[in-house]
Design a protein around this ligand. Structure first.
Ligand code: GRG
Length: 283
């Protein structure tokens, strides 16, 4: 889906799209990545009986936000990484200015995609999904969490402070994925809240797994450098509480996520599988 929207033909009201920015956006989005967030959107929507190109578009919108964040996070002013998904980062493959612009364009493309009428026939539902996406991505979500993360380097942070910054930096998009899949499929309000909580738990678990991988993972398998958190003095729960505690907490979170979906029975199996995958992933 992302491949088909990243094309040269201008949309209504647009001027021609420069080839270089398209190439950089394609480099950022295609040819790698686990696609966890779109998979969660789809699995949550399927739980409530919806499975069509509209929810794929919503997943693509979320993946655009995620990929933009990786491009900007890799820049020298942030994490300064040369490799991502086993390939040179966008600013290495192109240049810094192009990477900034490609990230900006992916961020705005996300709102083009989520506004597509195929996402939901009811404009009010699309509006709610758009506003949620802005909030998950913005200063009270991912961008704000990244700010807290940078401000926490080489500073002591409590467990509660680390959980908050991680819920914002990483968790907000994962929460959005589960919540939006349910919303777009017309789930009852109580079920949307259950899926939202499921997403919050999976988001925290995802970050704990990421922190463990940074300590214990293999750079070749990860497709990016490992061991960077300790070197940068990052505030992580692995640094505060240790690897054994983190592994146990990860298992506890996955158990909590599974229990939340117990009333859905076998229909929730794909979501449960995603929750378990988050804990055992090696990249
Ligand atoms: C620049 C606004 C802005 C935010 C950056 C995403 C992010 C916030 C920072 C990335 C640093 C990082 C490695 C965070 C850990 C969680 C995370 C987002 C990991 C990468 O996500 P994956 O593993 O990546 O889903 P793939 O490549 O599989 O899509």
């Amino acid at each position: 889906m992302l491949g088909t929207v990243l094309v040269a033909e201008p949309g209504d009201g647009e001027s021609p799209r420069p080839a270089r920015i398209i190439e950089a956006m394609r480099h950022a989005c295609l040819g790698g990545g686990k696609r966890l967030r779109p998979a969660l959107v789809l699995a949550a929507a399927r739980l409530f009986g919806r499975d069509d190109e509209g929810v794929v578009l919503a997943g693509a919108a979320l993946e655009c936000i995620h990929c933009y964040s990786l491009v900007h996070d890799d820049l020298p002013a942030m994490d300064d990484d040369d490799m991502r998904r086993g390939r040179p980062t966008v600013h290495k493959a192109f240049d810094e200015a192009t990477a900034i612009l490609a990230g900006d364009a992916l961020l705005t493309l996300a709102f083009d995609l989520i506004a597509d009428p195929r996402v939901h026939a009811d404009a009010a539902v699309r509006l709610a999904a758009s506003r949620d996406l802005a909030r998950a991505s913005g200063f009270g979500g991912m961008a704000g969490g990244q700010m807290l993360d940078l401000a926490s380097e080489h500073h002591d942070r409590s467990e509660a402070e680390i959980r908050l910054l991680q819920a914002m930096k990483t968790g907000a998009l994962i929460r959005y994925a589960a919540r939006t899949g349910a919303r777009l499929a017309g789930a009852p309000g109580g079920d949307i809240e259950t899926l939202t909580r499921f997403g919050e738990i999976i988001g925290l678990a995802f970050q704990l797994a990421d922190d463990l991988l940074d300590v214990e993972g293999d750079a070749a398998r990860l497709g990016k450098a490992a061991g960077k958190d300790a070197a940068a003095g990052k505030a992580t729960l692995v640094a505060l509480k240790g690897s054994d505690w983190t592994r146990a907490e990860l298992q506890r979170l996955v158990g909590e996520a599974e229990a939340l979906l117990a009333s859905f029975g076998a229909r929730a199996a794909p979501l449960v599988a995603l929750a378990r995958y988050v804990a055992v992933r090696d990249r």
